[in-house]
Design a protein around this ligand. Structure first.
Ligand SMILES: [Fe+2]
Length: 393
């Protein structure tokens, strides 16, 4: 039931809402004799689809859902699983197949959210429990004090996903389409994601107190929220750095994480850091052109580490995994963008205002969920996700 901030949701809600997605978008329209589990669930577990009618007003925290019980939510899931098996046994219309693939990708997004929400919930608990009590496996990599710049030439390139329309199982989100041309000036991309060591230099140089590095809205947010460090950092006199960091494996001394990517920073902090270093954040087109053709390989959920890890030192490293990288690009539709028809058009398109694009996935994103064309987006003050920094020039 725990919901420790408005961005997060209780685990029970995630379970019920991902189940609701299949009931609402697959079973009701495509399984002729389907009997909904319970009528109220139609609005109770609707997240944000206005065209489906009622949903719970935002003033009610999802943590208030003491009923239905977890047992009832699990029974809802079992009911939907049985119906899905029945549907999958028959002749599946192409539109149903596409919606099932979307439902699976939706569920992967919620699995990632569950880990970020558990982390925040445990950090909000005075006992500060660890999600995983086993220690970090030793990681090998290189300690860097300077960025190594990888240079990319200018010219016309293509970004976005070229969907195979004839294959119902080929998938991307609607916001990754259509593939289209962009012109890039030549640019440089740093070899690795910004580390805690590099970010600590920004803090030590009074980066949070120097308005010349900050966007106006970011300066206001940092003041209002009293940001002095990334989320999850806390003073610790016992560590040589003076700090410790809360992870899904409990507290870690910052001195043990200095060469790992800094995470849980907002877009504003990422942007201020880049200005302080005399560089900038990459655009999403620059990021994608650098990442396209690379295998989806990195410290993703599949590694089981659950925290960013030190860079290997090969090429432009850590593009996938470790932490989502803020870009300088606002979240808008690509030229010719069309949302999915019907209520599913609300999945992505209606959020195309006041949010920034992030790329590359994190240590809690499943590898099978990612693509070089994948566009994540959050409001610029967001910090509870595994969000980090790569600089460009
Ligand atoms: Fe959702």
């Amino acid at each position: 039931m725990v919901q420790s901030c408005p961005d997060a949701s209780p685990m029970k809600w995630h379970q019920a809402h991902t189940t609701w997605f299949f009931e609402t978008f697959v079973l009701r329209p495509f399984l002729s004799d389907y009997k909904p589990f319970r009528d109220e669930f139609r609005w109770l577990f609707n997240s944000y689809y206005n065209s489906l009618g009622e949903e719970i007003p935002r003033k009610h925290l999802r943590a208030a859902l003491s009923r239905p019980s977890l047992d009832e939510v699990l029974a809802f899931r079992a009911h939907v699983d049985r119906a899905m098996e029945k549907l999958l046994d028959g002749d599946l219309p192409e539109d149903a197949a596409r919606r099932i693939v979307l439902g699976l990708n939706h569920e992967q997004q919620h699995q990632e959210l569950m880990l970020t929400d558990i982390k925040h919930a445990f950090f909000s608990n005075p006992l500060r429990p660890a999600y995983d009590t086993t220690p970090f496996a030793a990681a090998r990599g290189v300690s860097r004090s300077e960025f190594i710049w990888h240079r990319f030439g200018c010219g016309v390139t293509e970004i976005g996903y070229a969907l195979d329309a004839g294959n119902a199982l080929d998938f991307c989100f609607d916001n990754e389409r259509p593939r289209h041309r962009v012109y890039l000036e030549s640019f440089g991309l740093a070899s690795h994601a910004v580390t805690c060591r590099e970010y600590l230099e920004f803090i030590s140089d009074d980066g949070y107190a120097r308005p010349e590095f900050w966007l106006s809205e970011g300066w206001d947010a940092a003041g209002r929220e009293a940001w002095r460090t990334p989320l999850y950092w806390e003073r610790d006199a016992a560590d040589s750095t003076g700090w410790r960091v809360f992870t899904l494996r409990g507290w870690q001394p910052l001195s043990s994480l200095l060469d790992t990517p800094v995470c849980h920073v907002s877009f504003f902090e990422a942007d201020a850091f880049a200005r302080w270093r005399g560089c900038r954040l990459p655009t999403e087109a620059e990021w994608e052109s650098a990442a396209s053709g690379s295998p989806i390989h990195g410290n993703l959920l599949d590694s089981g580490r659950l925290h960013p890890a030190i860079a290997s030192g090969d090429g432009v490293d850590q593009l996938f995994g470790d932490c989502w990288e803020w870009t300088a690009s606002p979240y808008t539709g690509y030229p010719g963008y069309k949302p999915l028809p019907g209520a599913l058009g609300e999945y992505n398109g209606k959020f195309m205002s006041s949010q920034m694009i992030l790329r590359g996935g994190s240590c809690v994103t499943p590898a099978s969920h990612l693509r070089a064309t994948y566009r994540n987006f959050f409001p610029p003050a967001t910090r509870w996700q595994f969000t980090g920094i790569r600089v460009a020039a």
